[in-house]
Design a protein around this ligand. Structure first.
Ligand code: ZN
Length: 511
């Protein structure tokens, strides 16, 4: 049964594609690409984002895989592409959903009630146990203000817990020994829950750390920013309520694939974006932005009878470890892989405090080049920015997003990025504007990644970049893929790259 919102959205989709009819006439490729780029308008890209934002709002502020918010996102994209004339395939796959039933809570109940913000101020540690605890907080050998250089030994020795009251919540500062040791000592001392907090030196302040706490920890464990930990430690008589309503179960997610009914089957030019969000937020920058840019370009390309076949992938399960794109590539035959001339990936293309970043396809900056042809893609993106008089920098081509499966299969890859949880430098602020000392996306993976978390200029410019490269390669990809693409001799490159987790934020830290 569809909700009222579902019907409304579907109606919006049914009406909207009337505006998406491309211009289908014989034209020079260069002219066609220029027309395509002109037809891709920022305001129309933004319209897709508004729909995704509404879907998030109506579905518990998330579009994570295995929820109604994801399924409606899938339906929106699939319906629009179908109505535009593409051959659309929905590819389901099962995955292990790891999250929660209700959002994690961290509140101070005394001396002065206060709620802390999930993701930006605190995070549950997924490997810990479910639980709801209200108890007194006991700081364990914390050093406040923090030492000038990392060196706190809070919770590293069993002796730190001498005098610890069983049933209290242990408040433990990062530093020196492993998180797993600190947690094991707290559990042995009878802590009902453990709050780990960042140590406090520059670069060690945020709540965005995923501590490796070991297995079978029997109590809930949270990680907070230095600010929250400091606040809890320094107010005498602090009690806290925390809850982690953990949920782990097998669910189904989906890739959406759309392919042109025209063009050379042996020369498939692909672009893709992940369609899922994390559970804590609706993911409008991450990755509504890439989704909307690729979708709008696809809709505007419909009807351009290009020489090559074009295919668009909207991936599920990226945030659970690049699952959808891995599933897709793993199920291609060697012949099908060889027919894919190249793959362009777009993940976070409109960060509010953005820089323009191009994947380092030739490896000259980060030392990990992509398959042959990736260098050319990078140059073509750079040429796009140069043509607009815009500065760009290299983005590490490290397997942090859905291009990983493609480049691992030897398919030339490239793409764009505008920054996530890292901090913009003074120099970057001079070059691109925005605010130094602040994250490129302060709402990265957070509940506030809504329609307000988008830079409209970056969204518009980068959508034009997608149109420029997809349009160009749809007429000829030979410059990238000089070897005929049907050649099954194209071999996979061995790479040591990412851990297969969304943007690497999930990478567990040992200490
Ligand atoms: Zn992403």
């Amino acid at each position: 049964m569809r909700s009222r919102l579902g019907k409304g959205l579907l109606a919006a989709v049914l009406i909207a594609p009337l505006a998406f009819t491309g211009t289908a006439q014989a034209d020079s490729p260069g002219n066609s690409v220029r027309k395509l780029v002109r037809a891709v308008k920022g305001e129309n890209v933004k319209r897709h984002l508004k729909v995704l934002d509404l879907i998030g709002k109506a579905n518990g502020n998330t579009r994570v895989d295995g929820t109604r918010g994801y399924d409606l996102s899938r339906d929106y994209v699939a319906t629009a592409l179908r109505l535009a004339g593409y051959k659309v395939t929905i590819q389901p796959f099962e995955f292990e959903f790891e999250g929660y039933k209700t959002p994690p809570v961290l509140q101070r109940t005394a001396p002065e009630p206060k709620s802390f913000a999930h993701v930006t101020e605190f995070n549950e540690v997924g490997a810990s146990a479910a639980g709801a605890v209200t108890a007194r907080v006991q700081p364990v050998d914390v050093v406040l203000p923090p030492p000038a250089t990392p060196g706190s030994t809070s919770g590293c020795e069993a002796a730190d817990f001498a005098g610890f009251t069983r049933g209290d919540i242990a408040l433990v500062q990062r530093g020196t020994c492993g998180f797993a040791d600190k947690v094991a000592n707290a559990v042995a001392a009878g802590a009902s829950a453990v709050i780990l907090f960042n140590e406090g030196q520059p670069g060690r302040t945020t709540a965005r750390v995923n501590p490796a706490i070991g297995e079978n920890v029997p109590v809930p464990v949270f990680f907070t920013s230095f600010g929250v930990g400091n606040e809890l430690a320094t107010k005498p008589g602090t009690t806290v309520k925390l809850s982690f309503d953990k949920l782990v179960e097998t669910r189904t997610s989906y890739n959406v694939l759309a392919e042109s009914r025209w063009g050379d089957d042996d020369n498939v030019v692909m672009a893709g974006a992940h369609l899922d969000s994390v559970q804590p937020g609706p993911g409008i920058n991450d990755n509504g932005s890439g989704t909307a840019g690729v979708l709008e370009v696809a809709l505007r390309m419909a009807g351009h009878k290009t020489a090559n076949k074009v295919r668009f992938g909207f991936w599920g399960g990226e945030e659970f470890g690049l699952l959808g794109s891995n599933h897709y590539v793993a199920n291609l035959s060697a012949e099908e892989k060889a027919k894919i001339a190249l793959y362009l990936n777009f993940d976070m293309i409109a960060s509010p405090n953005f820089t323009y970043e191009v994947y380092d396809g030739d490896g000259d900056v980060f030392g990990t080049p992509g398959p042959e042809g990736s260098a050319r893609i990078e140059k073509d993106f750079q040429a796009f920015y140069t043509s607009r008089g815009l500065p760009y920098k290299a983005s590490e081509f490290d397997g942090r997003s859905d291009y990983k499966a493609f480049i691992d299969a030897g398919i030339p890859g490239g793409g764009l990025f505008t920054g996530a949880e890292k901090i913009k430098t003074e120099e970057e602020a001079r070059i691109w504007g925005g605010t130094a000392g602040v994250e490129y996306d302060p709402c990265y993976h957070a509940p506030c990644d809504t329609i307000k978390n988008i830079d409209d200029t970056a969204l518009d410019v980068n959508s034009d970049a997608i149109a420029t490269l997809m349009g160009t390669y749809a007429y000829s990809a030979d410059a990238v893929d000089g070897i005929r693409t049907a050649d099954p001799r194209r071999t996979a490159v061995a790479r040591v790259s990412g851990d297969g987790h969304g943007h690497g934020h999930d990478k567990a830290e040992l200490s």
